[in-house]
Design a protein around this ligand. Structure first.
Ligand code: UT7
Length: 347
């Protein structure tokens, strides 16, 4: 019997502080007009006052757990996708696990930058399919502002902080991830990277005096590569699921730039109205963009029970990833703590 990993709960969280384009134009030589016309971004949320990668993850996870109707005791694995961990050690997933009181679970991080949600969904689903886990809390969370150079107009206007979480649960019903296509080109790391801060180039006083601790990007090149890679891998994911674009109701792409999304829509000949876009309010939150968009799309009724969704992402690594997901909570659920069996509540 085929085993699937249904998405039975979801949630998102962003920092309280909102930074508008007008505020950024007081820091660097830019304008609301340039940012909106070149990227579609109006504002982004940036951490302050004790917020961090894990606090955002915990808030998103609490919502996802509440929606799924599960408690800490029901979760046997915690996975966090991030390239901006709370600390080098331990994994942010361990801090999330501790904060939520999930005592009987494995916990680890994965890093695939902006492709982290689709990579992580693939890993988590596989772990459920092998029987290594039954119910996973998977959270994609990034505080990109930690690596932003606030004097570099080429990058500082693009990014924001946020988190999105899902609860994945074993089921024999065909929900959750139906297929995925993952790729990477490690030989192009220089196009999008944070050069210093790891073992290769430690943060010595000399290095700290340079821009190498910040995120740098060749925007024009990334733009072109992103459009092409997301188109090709989307079609590959569809083929693996034995579906075509006609079977997809909603595309939820990585939210880096509205123009990138429009270019993909044009190349795939899919009406832009079928793409869910919320980049205007959050900017590029790296791995968090897709689960945040899924959460908002579900809240708005854009995605519903049985909706076939195409996810596609591109980011540092370089990495790219696409997936076909069937949205919906199976009627028959795994038992949750203290109950014999649960029935699907209105999602
Ligand atoms: O998550 C995945 C990783 N990231 C991405 O997917 C981002 C991919 N790239 C992009 O989204 C776009 O390339 C950008 C938004 C970064 C830039 O848009 P663009 O249309 O490719 O602009 P450009 O880099 O070709 O720059 C055009 C001009 C330049 O001036 P000159 O050289 O033509 O005089 C830039 O210096 O715009 C200038 N510019 C700005 N002007 C005002 C760059 N940033 C800004 C700014 N405000 N913030």
């Amino acid at each position: 019997m085929a085993l699937y990993a249904a998405i039975v709960g979801w949630g998102m969280s962003v920092p309280t502080r909102v930074v508008t384009n007008a505020e950024l134009s007081t820091l660097v030589d830019t304008s609301d007009e340039w940012i909106q016309s070149r990227t579609g971004i109006r504002e982004r949320h940036i951490i302050s006052n004790g917020e961090s990668t894990s606090t955002l993850a915990v808030a998103a996870s609490r919502d996802a757990m509440a929606m799924a109707g599960v408690t800490a005791a029901d979760i046997d694995m915690v996975i966090v996708a991030t390239f901006t961990p709370d600390r080098p050690l331990p994994a942010t997933a361990c801090r999330v696990q501790a904060a939520l009181g999930i005592t009987n679970a494995a916990a680890f991080d994965i890093a695939a930058a902006c492709s982290g949600f689709v990579y992580g969904l693939t890993v988590a689903t596989s772990l459920i399919q092998t029987g290594a886990a039954k119910r996973i809390l998977f959270c994609a969370t990034d505080v990109v502002s930690h690596f932003v150079n606030w004097t570099d107009r080429n990058t500082c206007v693009l990014f924001g902080d946020g988190a999105g979480a899902v609860i994945l649960e074993a089921t024999d019903q065909p929900y959750g991830l139906l297929s995925s296509d993952l790729g990477a080109a490690g030989d192009r790391e220089e196009l999008l990277m944070v050069e210093a801060g790891g073992t290769c180039l430690p943060l010595t006083p000399d290095v700290l005096a340079t821009d190498k601790r910040f995120l740098t990007m060749n925007g024009r090149e990334i733009f072109k590569l992103a459009v092409r890679a997301m188109e090709v891998s989307s079609l590959a994911a569809l083929q693996k699921a034995n579906l075509s674009l006609a079977d997809i109701a909603v595309v939820v792409p990585h939210q880096a730039n509205r123009r990138i999304i429009e270019a993909i829509a044009e190349r795939m000949a899919v009406p832009i109205q079928q793409f869910y876009i919320n980049v205007e309010r959050y900017g590029n939150t790296s791995a968090a963009t897709i689960p945040m968009a899924l959460t908002e799309a579900a809240a708005e009724g854009v995605i519903q029970h049985d909706t076939n969704i195409l996810l596609t992402a591109f980011g540092g690594g370089l990495t790219w990833a696409s997936a076909v997901v069937r949205w919906g909570v199976p009627v028959q659920r795994l038992p949750v703590h203290g109950q014999a069996k649960t029935e699907r509540s209105a999602e």
